[in-house]
Write a protein that binds this ligand. Structure first.
Ligand code: MUC
Ligand code: MG
Length: 367
């Protein structure tokens, strides 16, 4: 069960509908497929999505850090030494998506060798998750039309609306239009990706006070320490920390500092090993968790689904598992299917997906 090689393969798959939000936009999934080879023959697979506007990583940077630092650090270890892997990767600062993909590919290889689904190895709480869909910036009518399509085609009934534009009424009008169109048929929450100040956020939340929001996420920057605490104190919905909590220590700081009252767990930035720590911490602190999406492809979504379905706390709310629907294609031999608002995780060993070799050949950019 020894790790013999780690590959980092760049690929590019265009989005049919780019996602736009306050901190950036994604037109093409320029991700990195990570493959961990073992002496048992099993190959573990995961993907790393570079998000320079969130964590500073780039596609080239992810490949470089894996090839030059992470691969030499883990080759020779066994798949059971995941804490040794974590300690060695932690010696390098940052690079959350690169570290997470290596970690999840190791779990995938271990599951394949053991003949066990990773979701069961992690906790096995349920076999499915409710899906929440993210609505990126557009005109109100287009955002309502997209939500209608998601309700009609996939049965999705939870929507996270991207906000953070100026004037704030651009966004509050969208949320109002969605509530008017669907009534209490849908759950709604908002994510500002730090686009507003604390005062703008407070004003927007007052304007939306009658719209029955489930959560508000990262409306203003956590670096505005007192402003954010002032904002969070006056809200009557949980305030989710997302990009401000890439590590368990950040979760502790934000929650105990009263700058957030809920957290987003993203396997794309904390893998399985650190996401498990973050989950236990959230449970101990008594804060709600939402499984977030780092604008993942289907590989990353299968990872989030495996983790989210493993625990009661991470599967209580709908998980953000649908961004892949906006991509023109993907790498899986059997695409993920959202039905009746749910994604069911595979019962296959490992994370539970197979890469289609022809698709990888088509989209990889290193050949
Ligand atoms: C989200 O929840 O913020 C947008 C930027 C990022 O890093 O993740 C996405 C979604
Ligand atoms: Mg967010």
């Amino acid at each position: 069960m020894k790790i013999t090689r780690v590959e980092a393969i760049p690929f590019a798959i265009p989005y049919v509908k780019p996602l736009k939000f306050a901190s950036g936009e994604v037109q093409v999934a320029n991700h990195v497929l990570v493959r961990v080879h073992t002496d048992a023959g099993a190959i573990g697979v995961a993907e790393a999505p570079p998000r320079p506007f969130t964590y500073g990583e780039t596609q080239d940077g992810i490949i470089a850090v894996i090839n030059t630092i992470f691969a030499p650090a883990v080759v020779g270890l066994t798949l059971l030494e995941r804490e040794v892997v974590a300690a060695r990767l932690a010696k390098t600062i940052g690079n959350p998506a690169a570290k997470s993909a290596v970690d999840m590919a190791i779990w995938d290889a271990l599951g394949k060798i053991q003949g066990l689904p990773v979701g069961d190895m992690l906790g096995g709480f349920t076999d499915r998750m409710r899906v929440s869909h993210m609505l990126g910036f557009a005109e109100p009518a287009a955002m309502v039309a997209e939500a209608e399509k998601m309700v009609d085609t996939y049965g999705i009934r939870t929507f996270k609306v991207k906000v953070g534009r100026h004037p704030v009424t651009l966004d509050t009008a969208v949320v109002r239009a969605l509530r008017e169109r669907f009534g209490d048929e849908i759950e709604l929450y908002v994510d500002g990706n730090r686009g507003w100040t604390a005062a703008e956020s407070a004003r927007a939340m007052k304007e939306m006070a009658d719209l029955d929001l489930l959560f508000a996420e990262e409306l203003c920057d956590a670096a505005d320490v007192l402003g954010r605490r002032w904002l969070v104190e006056q809200l009557d919905v949980p305030f989710i920390a997302d990009e401000s909590v890439p590590t368990p220590a950040d979760v502790t700081r934000e929650i105990l500092g009263r700058s957030a009252t809920a957290i987003s767990i993203k396997t794309a930035r904390t893998g399985f090993t650190t996401s498990r720590r973050t989950h236990h911490l959230a449970e101990g602190l008594g804060v709600p968790v939402v499984m977030g999406n780092q604008i993942d492809g289907q590989v990353g979504t299968a990872c989030a689904l495996a983790f989210g379905s493993a625990f009661e706390l991470t599967s209580r709310y709908a998980g953000e598992l649908s961004n892949f629907l906006d991509m023109s294609d993907d790498l899986l031999a059997e695409p993920l299917q959202i039905r009746d608002g749910h994604l069911h995780r595979s019962t296959a060993p490992g994370i539970g997906f197979e890469i289609d070799p022809a698709k990888l050949d088509r989209y990889r950019t290193d050949n």
